[in-house]
Structures are given as structure tokens and as C-alpha cells.
Ligand binder design. Structure first.
Ligand code: ZN
Length: 309
């Protein structure tokens, strides 16, 4: 059984994207406005290919279906997680995602709870996170009257910050931000405000105000993250979040570190280089430690974001 699945990212052009995925990670991006790197994904809108071992050339969705034993028995019918890196050269639209129950009923999809690790950002970068309305009526009125400056809360961000964004949270990445996103494998987004921007045909992008009003949490529940650090031999682990959707940690290794693992894990190398069970890995590589992998040996200096269910 294949212990490690190295994956080839899928890139997505976005009107708000830029070139940081090339400048920072060295990826061969398709256009000068590449907004998203779907780094570990089995979603139909961007299904990553395995690039090593006997399963080379297969898509992650096929491997998940054909080899449930690599994913702890594959308890959900679709691969449940999605790791992306986002380059916001411009502001993204203000949006909200539904929870599982609403998404299943109305969209035949998973809901979307996500979280962000700020890899890099400009000096005065911010993001939109939460709103000021106390009741549904107040929220609805402020949305209808376009009182966005009063309604939306924005926070200053710095590299290394982490934000948990449960379904129902109003949010937007703002320009000058490079982010690693861990999320449920879903692509359902309700856009509530797009800064009245026009596209090149003079059209505004579609909004989804009614759906958004139904799924938005009122009042906003802030989720302040208190990272927990664990020191192990030649490895430092920082845990940011552990919810019913996913656990996300940063692992930093120095030298040789051996780790026993129980569940399969999604891993993105954000810095350094080394070997993982003898397979060379460098900054920008993404892989899955499958359930066939009971013990992992890391060598070298690696900075990794790791997530699992
Ligand atoms: Zn989002």
C-alpha cells in the first residue's frame, strides 16, 4: 500500500489573483492573475493528480474511492477536506458559506467551514471578519441599505496569524494577502457585497443576498484562536484549531524527527526542505500521509501545515 501520496496542485484564475504563487512558491502558474492553488483536493472543480509511486497519474477522488483503506476506511462518501493557497492581489468579495444541513438541502453539497493561516501579507493588510448587527432584522436592513461600512468588521493581520471561519461567518480576504486555507471540500459561496465593482463588460458580479441572510450567524460569534505548542524530539507542533470538521497544526522539524500517526493527514510544506520517509520534499510540495503510514520519519528542516479529521 502506498504510504505517501504526493500531489500536483490545480491552479485557478481569479479576477482578484496575482503572481505570488509563482514569486513566493515558484509554481508554474497559468496566468498573471492566478488566485488559487488547489493544493490537496479531490473536489470535481479541481481534482489533484498523484505524482509518485504505483498510484501515479490517478486523481485523488479515484484513489479515495478505490482505496478506502488508505483513508482510515473513508468514512465520508467524498474526500472531506480541501487545502488551498490563495493569492489576493485585490480584495475578494464579502461572502458567507452555509453549514452542512443547509448546503445538503439546498445545494446537494457539503457546507463550508474554513480556516486561514496567513503565510505573508503587506504591512497594513486587513481582512473582513464578522459584523456588528445584533438581530436578523438589523442585519437585513443594513444589507438592504448598503450600510457596509457600519456593518462589516475588519481586523489587522500579520504573517503567522490564524483565523477560524465557521460556516455562517461573514468574511473576505483583502488585497496583499497570501493565505493557506484548510476547508471542508465545498465550493458553495454566497456573495453579499462586491464593492460595486464592474467587470470588463460593465457588469457587476451576481450577489446572493437572500441565501446569505438565511445562513449568516447573528450576532457574529468571534473565534479567537489561542495556539497551543507541543515540543517533541526535533519537532515543534503548534495546534491552532481542533473542531469536528478538522484539526490544523503547524509542524516544524529540525534534524530527524519520528512521529507515529493514527489518522491520514494532509501536509503542505511552507518552508525548508528535507525527506519524509525517504521522499524528498521542498517548500511548495503537498502530500497525504495515508493510513498505510504508521510511522513517519522526517529529515531536514521542514515547516509544514498539517490537517486531519
Ligand atoms: Zn470563504
Amino acid at each position: 500500500m502506498q504510504e505517501i501520496l504526493k500531489l500536483k496542485p490545480v491552479f485557478q484564475e481569479r479576477i482578484w489573483g496575482g503572481t505570488k504563487l509563482r514569486d513566493y512558491f515558484g509554481y508554474d502558474i497559468p496566468t498573471e492573475s492566478t488566485g488559487e492553488c488547489w493544493a490537496i483536493s479531490a473536489h470535481k472543480n479541481g481534482d489533484c493528480e498523484v505524482t509518485n509511486g504505483p498510484l501515479r497519474g490517478k486523481h485523488l477522488s479515484e484513489v479515495y474511492k478505490d482505496h478506502p483503506e488508505l483513508f482510515g476506511g473513508a468514512k465520508s462518501s467524498v474526500f472531506p477536506l480541501l487545502t488551498k493557497i490563495l493569492d489576493a492581489k485585490e480584495d475578494l468579495s464579502v461572502q458567507v458559506h452555509p453549514d452542512d444541513e443547509y448546503a445538503r438541502r439546498e445545494e446537494n453539497a457539503l457546507g463550508k467551514t474554513e480556516c486561514w493561516y496567513i503565510i505573508d501579507c503587506e504591512e497594513d493588510a486587513r481582512m473582513i471578519y464578522g459584523h456588528t448587527a445584533e438581530t436578523k432584522d438589523e442585519l437585513s436592513r443594513m444589507m438592504d441599505e448598503g450600510e457596509w461600512d457600519n456593518l462589516l468588521e475588519s481586523v489587522k493581520i500579520r504573517p503567522g496569524d490564524f483565523f477560524y471561519v465557521p460556516s455562517g461567518t461573514i468574511h473576505a480576504l483583502c488585497k496583499g494577502t497570501l493565505v493557506l486555507e484548510t476547508q471542508q471540500s465545498s465550493d458553495v459561496t454566497y456573495r453579499v457585497y462586491d464593492y460595486d465593482r464592474m467587470d470588463d463588460k460593465g457588469q457587476k458580479r451576481e450577489l446572493h443576498m437572500e441565501e446569505a441572510k438565511k445562513v449568516l450567524s447573528v450576532p457574529h460569534k468571534g473565534n479567537s484562536i489561542v495556539p497551543e505548542t507541543f515540543k517533541e524530539e526535533n519537532m515543534t507542533r503548534t495546534r491552532y484549531v481542533s473542531s469536528s470538521y478538522f484539526t490544523v497544526e503547524k509542524w516544524i522539524t529540525e534534524g530527524e524527527a519520528v512521529k507515529e500517526i493514527e489518522e491520514y493527514k494532509l501536509v503542505s510544506v511552507l518552508g525548508g526542505q528535507g525527506n519524509v520517509n525517504g521522499i524528498p520534499m521542498i517548500k511548495g510540495d503537498h502530500f497525504i500521509l495515508t493510513s498505510a503510514c504508521k510511522k513517519v520519519k522526517f529529515e531536514g528542516n521542514l515547516e509544514m501545515m498539517v490537517s486531519w479529521i
